[in-house]
Design a protein around this ligand. Structure first.
Ligand SMILES: [Zn+2]
Length: 509
């Protein structure tokens, strides 16, 4: 048993009795686990733990109503996006511009905030498949700046009040669309959309309150650690303060917006700066857009729009420069299309030092010739994209659909794969993701494989050897669920209930 007898003060001890999975490669179970001062001190026979608890006061938990597992780790999610999305007009499933207008009108009548953000429209669902413009929303919201983001998160439409407030009417930013008369249509893309979104965000303190609420809901679904992607610089301080004050609910590994790299390297911030609850891991940048918006960068034109191969947002040379500058920090690079992946593979060719810092986000389209070159790369994948994208994926990619969401192939060639949701793009629930991994991926994963990738795999993608299993010495992050996932059908997995979540041996939900 690790060093617990040396402690002078009364340790905080949690004893679990019942079926406990320590990890999933291969599945290993014990009948008792003891967490002391936040870490697994012992895993094995209940009588050993009972003996310990006779000497030191333990919080004893009977898990016989369900099973305990290592806490699940979402390698890539946007806690801020999630926080804003629950305070945002939901436009998912809107079937026409007319319906979009009436939803905006209804929201504007009850929302008192100074700006209006909507999210989730998809012109593919509209009869004329036309993107909305400023004109469609100006008479509905004439006064308050309004931004309605497409479901992919890479394209949005502003009303005229927003164009005016942000000084965009006379901007010549290439990511601002213009109509035949030269005036802005209101459509903004990629980096400009990110910038606009940041300018319309709430102030730091209010924003942090939203994030805090969101963490509790994330933990209640069985997630104990997240790769927190695109963290705005202004929230880093409040996030650190929360962790020190004991207010943090889930562990966060931060990936800041890429424009923070200059500052991080100037300050000499090393990878892992922080504490057990919060660490700065690095930065995140985009190599392309999304398949839904036809902005993912493909090596051949889109099958349903021969005029475009999507958007190349960075070149190999630029990526190499960022990776070199990052030194010890991680650089997480969003690449959905195969041509975006070519840029990344080109940037790290022959440079094992750069490979170590690299995380590839999504890798949604991977050609056969690219697969062997991904050996040893860390990749965060989102199996639920395969479910959400299935209605139109073949339209976009044609026969290349066989290159999409190749999680099985990535595992087989020896990439380090972690699972994630990209929430709010997909629901936070890890059980939904596992359901998608075992039903929608082709070839599918087994439940055991999905659980292994959601724990050990994601921990490796985050570069965090203290997470991902309940072997002695690891951090004591545990989720108790109502039934044994290895004895469940895929449909049952989707309906799992989380009975309790512990982070560092402390119950958080
Ligand atoms: Zn993302």
């Amino acid at each position: 048993m690790a060093d617990v007898y040396k402690l002078r003060e009364t340790p905080q001890a949690l004893a679990l009795f019942g079926r406990v999975y320590l990890g999933f490669r291969p599945p290993r179970t014990v009948n008792s686990v003891l967490i002391v001062n936040g870490r697994v001190a012992y895993a094995g026979d209940p009588y050993v733990v009972e003996g310990f608890c006779k000497v030191v006061a333990c919080e004893e938990v009977d898990v016989s109503r369900g099973v305990a597992l290592p806490g699940l780790i979402d390698a890539h999610m946007h806690l801020t996006g999630l926080a804003l999305s629950s305070r945002t007009l939901d436009l998912k499933g809107v079937k026409s511009v007319e319906e979009l207008r009436s939803r905006v009108r209804e929201f504007a009548s009850r929302w008192t905030g100074s700006t209006i953000i909507g999210r989730g429209w998809d012109q593919e669902e509209f009869p004329d498949k036309r993107m909305p413009t400023s004109r469609d929303i100006d008479d509905v919201v004439p006064d308050r700046p309004t931004l309605l983001i497409r479901i992919c998160g890479h394209v949005g439409v502003l009303n005229t009040a927003a164009l005016r407030a942000l000084g965009l009417e006379s901007s010549n930013d290439p990511n601002l669309d213009r109509g035949p008369d030269g005036s802005p249509t209101g459509i903004v893309r990629e980096s400009l959309l990110m910038k606009v979104l940041r300018e319309l965000e709430p102030p730091a303190e209010e924003y942090m309150g939203y994030v805090r609420d969101e963490e509790v809901s994330v933990a209640s679904q069985g997630i104990t650690a997240v790769g927190f992607i695109n963290v705005p610089l202004k929230l880093v301080g409040p996030i650190m303060e929360d962790s020190v004050a004991g207010r943090a609910t889930v562990r966060k590994r931060l990936y800041l917006d890429s424009d923070a790299l200059e500052l991080l390297t100037a300050l000499g911030v090393p990878r892992g700066f922080g504490n057990d609850m919060v660490k700065i891991n690095g930065v995140k940048l985009f190599a392309d857009g999304s398949l839904g918006a036809r902005t993912a960068y493909l090596s051949e034109p889109y099958s349903d729009d021969q005029s475009t191969r999507g958007s190349r947002l960075v070149t190999s040379a630029q990526l190499r420069e960022v990776l070199e500058k990052a030194r010890s920090l991680d650089v997480a690079i969003h690449a959905i299309g195969d041509a975006a992946l070519d840029e990344i593979l080109g940037a790290v060719e022959g440079r094992p030092d750069l490979v170590q810092r690299l995380r590839v986000e999504h890798a949604s389209v991977v050609r056969d010739d690219q697969l062997p070159r991904m050996r040893g790369l860390r990749v965060a994948v989102q199996p639920r994209f395969a479910l959400s994208d299935s209605p139109w994926l073949r339209d976009r990619l044609g026969d290349r659909v066989r290159y999409a969401y190749r999680v099985r192939d990535l595992i087989d060639i020896g990439a380090t794969v972690g699972l994630s949701t990209d929430a709010p793009v997909e629901p936070v629930s890890p059980w939904e993701t596992i359901y998608a991994a075992v039903t929608a991926l082709k070839p599918s994963l087994s439940i055991v494989e999905a659980l292994d990738l959601y724990t050990r795999g994601s921990a490796e993608v985050l570069g965090d050897p203290e997470l991902g299993s309940l072997e002695p010495g690891k951090l004591g992050d545990i989720v108790i669920i109502d039934r044994d996932p290895l004895e469940a059908s895929p449909e049952e997995i989707r309906r799992f209930s989380v009975l309790a979540t512990y982070v560092g041996g402390r119950r958080v939900t």
